[in-house]
Design a protein. Sequence first.
Length: 176
Amino acid sequence: MEPGSLIIVEDDATFARTLSRSFERRGYTVSCAHSSSELEVLLQTERPAYAVVDLKLGTESGLLCVRTLRAHDPEMRIVVLTGYASIATAVEAIKLGASNYLPKPANTDEIEAAFGRTAGDIDAPITRQATSIKTWEWERINETLAETGFNISETARRLGMHRRTLARKLEKRQVR
């Protein structure tokens, strides 16, 4: 894969800086945005070929950024990174135009490889593994989080659980 211009949309400044340096060493020209509003400002002057987007940007959803990037350039390769991986958010990210979806922690090699994977794999293994109740719960939590724009209080209300209980569950499963 030939390096080009890359935009990183990540609210964790330390992680964004580390990822930026790593891609710059590989020959990419890197810009960073920490929110959807910063992304929109950057896109007024830049036309990146690649993008790395964090799914959860503070209180907002990175899915909005995926949609913005796809509208800006339908050919852009977009990889969504998340510490809150779920089937629901993966499906939404792909529907909105992400090329790939990776759980955190992901390194530069994995992200760059994801830029290059544009076609599906018909030989992907199909496993017959029962889904556990914990996995179903996690999927439902993530689906509701996405529906509420990652609003913890509203998600807890919709799920009928105490906000602190939800926060503890998210802390346990977070992969950051």
